[in-house]
Design a protein around this ligand. Structure first.
Ligand code: GUN
Ligand code: ZN
Length: 434
């Protein structure tokens, strides 16, 4: 195959470490007039344009973006494909919201044509918002995952997904059995896991909707294949936490249910974790598990405020999740806007560079993919965004007042949304152009 080499010139910013570990100044690299060189879908060089241009052949194709910032693609560590049609459903908290809105909406995925239609809309929406990798819940139907992976494969996206396992406490039309969920998950793993840039996640919905038999088989699947992911929900809502105690009285608490069935580990991502206690954070960190912080959802469903400083204290891996349709936006910029307010309400700060970290490298680390995505380091996949400083009249005017990249970044996260994402590239291909 002939080498395809392209270069992109703009202001360029990426996270290279967690500000909580190295301090803000050592956590990022910024090139005011930068150059990103891409060879066959991978980044081959990053630096100051003035230094790199001289080393490139005279005939290389260079795309110059003015008034724009190149960043790594965003990483959404928690989102639901089959809830696309019910974002912004009125009036309920978690358990009633599931019964009233979520389960009926997810039931439509029994229909293959519906699954394909929504998968197309969903992936377009991710890319419009600058999300190049997501950890995705399907519905209980295998066709939801087939439809999603087929659409993702066509665009060579790095994506992770799994079929929901749910064999109790849900309507009959939406439950599987311990055995059928095991066999259907296994077939999906055989078909998709490790194919190109796709990965499979074993997906028990949450402890209340799985029998002990199903949780046992979920743990068994994780042992049968290397590098499988596990995704579920934990300690999102106080009523939910109490319900888990009633359903599993023999366990020490919510996390201990998952621990008992061997669902913790380096590729396990637990969504929400709003009501985790200190010991649970410590155990999650000890096992290398990660938590998805989902601020728009936690506010919208009235679930509570995630304690990021406590997670940091335990060196727990944290990624950002939109949690659509409990969350109200596909935009990780808007998600960061809400994350900032969640910290404010707890008397804490969320610096723009910590925010950038959470949306990129932090998410990659939560998914153990930092060698491939989350930064613009040479050797990684060319998944990156072009953010437009003139996306809206207000953004344009506001950014003209900015005195630093820190201020610019913070304003992008406060005023920005899908309109801010002018281009999205995945594996070096232009997959969204506003
Ligand atoms: N807990 C169990 N299922 C769900 C879901 O679909 N969304 C959210 N936010 N929490 C859950
Ligand atoms: Zn969720």
């Amino acid at each position: 195959m002939p080498l395809t080499r392209k270069a992109y010139r703009a202001a360029i910013l990426h996270s290279i470490a967690d500000p909580a570990e190295v301090g803000i100044e050592a956590s990022y690299e910024y090139f005011e007039d930068g150059l990103l060189v891409v060879d066959n879908g991978q980044i081959s060089a990053l630096g100051h344009a003035s230094e790199l241009l001289a080393s490139l052949p005279a005939d290389i194709e260079i795309t110059h973006y003015q008034d724009a910032l190149i960043t790594p693609g965003f990483i959404d560590t928690h989102i639901h494909l089959p809830q696309t049609g019910m974002v912004g459903a009125y009036g309920e908290q978690l358990l009633d919201w599931l019964n009233t809105y979520t389960f009926p909406c997810e039931s439509q995925f029994a229909d293959q044509v519906h699954a394909e239609e929504v998968a197309g809309i969903f992936i377009k929406e991710l890319l419009r918002n600058g999300t190049t990798t997501a950890l995705v819940f399907g519905s209980v139907h295998p066709q939801s995952v087939n439809a999603f992976f087929e659409a993702a494969q066509k665009l060579d996206l790095r994506m992770i997904a799994g079929k929901v396992m749910m064999d109790r406490n849900a309507p009959d039309y939406l439950t599987d059995t311990a055995e059928s969920s095991y066999l259907e998950s296994k077939a999906l793993i055989e078909r998709w896991h490790g194919k190109g840039r796709l990965h499979y996640a074993v997906t028990p919905r949450f402890a209340p909707t799985s029998t002990p038999e199903q949780l046992t088989l979920a743990g068994q699947l994780l042992g049968e294949y290397p590098d499988l992911y596990m995704q579920t929900h934990i300690s999102e809502n106080l009523q939910e936490v109490e319900w888990v105690k009633e359903l599993f009285p023999e366990r020490k608490g919510y996390l201990d249910v998952y621990d008992h069935y061997q669902l913790l580990g380096e590729r396990s991502v637990f969504a929400h974790g709003v009501h985790l206690c200190d010991d649970e954070c410590a155990r999650l960190a000890q096992t290398g598990s990660a938590v998805a912080f989902c601020p728009t959802s936690n506010l919208f469903l009235g679930s509570g405020l995630f304690n990021l400083p406590m997670a940091e204290k335990h060196k727990l891996n944290v990624g950002l999740g939109t949690d659509v349709g409990g969350g109200t936006s596909f935009s990780l910029l808007q998600t960061l806007n809400e994350a900032y307010k969640v910290m404010q309400l707890q008397g804490a700060r969320l610096s723009p560079f910590k925010s950038l970290y959470l949306a990129t490298l932090g998410g990659a680390r939560a998914l153990r993919l930092e060698e491939r995505i989350g930064t613009l380091q040479p050797g990684t996949d060319a998944d990156f965004l072009v953010l437009d400083y003139n996306a809206t009249p207000l953004l344009s005017y506001r950014l003209k007042q900015s005195k630093s990249i820190a201020e610019t970044l913070f304003v992008l996260m406060t005023l920005g949304d899908d309109r801010t994402v002018a281009q999205t590239y995945a594996a070096g291909n232009l997959v969204h152009q506003r």
